[in-house]
Design a protein around this ligand. Structure first.
Ligand code: G
Ligand code: G
Ligand code: MN
Length: 278
């Protein structure tokens, strides 16, 4: 496992990686949970115009040999081995714990957590999440649940039931990786989302491909009409920022602003940003 993890650590090919990723066995996962090798990193989401930080997305990491391995490996493996619930419960607890630290440090930001497809089919999930946030006194409206477009489509009925109850409890719902799943708005509008995250392949492709730009532009317009706030993912350059800002995108997230980082580093980053002139 050690060599497999380090061999693919630097790969950026997210989806192809999943297909070739070596499987992680149930006992390796359980052992990882027991030894507490997982932690959360946080990537800022900023206002596209003012660059003010409004929230963060929690991204799971496996601390391994001094490196942090991205979740492509272990999330998929946990789903296949029926271990997504214990893993996700632990990741949510860590996220909420770090969210408390952030709030105590004076940064009551929106916290986005990625919900796995297989955890979503648990009908007790809305109650569980509510109890979890109440335990750390986080207001429900501060939690955003990101669900990938493909997840929603794979079981629209269950997704609709569980997600609607989550929305009723006050959490915000976000459509993640929009543009990759061929869903129709007719399907998506049946679920009470408040945010649409434009997949980074569209954001990055829009600069030099007019057809991609047209899709991006149409998606942003449609989102606005549906009163969804929009987030451009994977913004790496000033040109990409200018482009999505020009198209009317509300928020941006990407390496141009910051990579995901542990909560202590995030607090330092937020503090140094607060004292800088803009
Ligand atoms: O940095 P990045 O490699 O972190 O994330 C890769 C993918 O893994 C993202 O698409 C993200 O949705 C997913 N992911 C990251 N953290 C989590 C998590 O805590 N739970 C789930 N289910 N997916 C996650
Ligand atoms: O959940 P989601 O699919 O949105 O996961 C975000 C993923 O995108 C994470 O793997 C994160 O590390 C990655 N990411 C975030 N910002 C950038 C960026 O600017 N460029 C690239 N290539 N990847 C990014
Ligand atoms: Mn996400």
């Amino acid at each position: 496992l050690a060599s497999q993890l380090s061999a693919s650590r630097d790969s950026h090919a997210r989806r192809p990686l999943q297909a070739v990723a070596p499987d992680i066995s149930p006992s390796e996962l359980l052992d990882g949970i027991r030894r507490d090798v997982f932690s959360m990193h946080f990537q800022p989401k900023v206002d596209a115009n003012t660059l003010r930080v409004v929230g963060v997305e929690a991204l799971a990491r496996w601390q391994h040999a001094g490196q942090s391995v991205r979740p492509d490996f272990f999330i998929g493996a946990a789903e296949r081995h029926g271990l997504i619930a214990p893993l996700s419960r632990m990741l949510l607890a860590k996220t909420l714990n770090d969210a408390s630290r952030l709030a105590e440090a004076g940064f009551p930001l929106f916290i986005a957590f990625n919900l796995s497809a297989s955890w979503l089919s648990d009908i007790h999930l809305p109650e569980f999440i509510l109890e979890s946030i109440q335990a750390v006194s986080l207001p429900a409206e501060r939690l955003i649940l990101e669900i990938t477009e493909t997840t929603i489509l794979s079981d629209l009925d269950t997704a609709m039931d569980v997600l609607t109850r989550q929305r009723l409890k006050g959490f915000k719902l976000s459509i993640d990786d929009f543009g990759t799943g061929y869903s129709s708005m007719e399907q998506l509008q049946r679920i009470p989302f408040s945010e649409l995250k434009l997949d980074r392949s569209f954001v990055q492709g829009a600069a030099d491909r007019p057809t991609v730009r047209a899709i991006l532009s149409a998606s942003i317009d449609m989102a606005r009409k549906l009163k969804l706030s929009t987030v451009a993912e994977g913004v790496e350059t000033q040109a990409e920022l200018d482009l999505v800002r020009g198209l009317g995108c509300d928020l941006v997230q990407g390496w141009l602003i910051a990579k995901a980082m542990p909560v202590a580093e995030l607090i330092d980053w937020l503090r140094s940003r607060a004292t800088q002139p803009t």
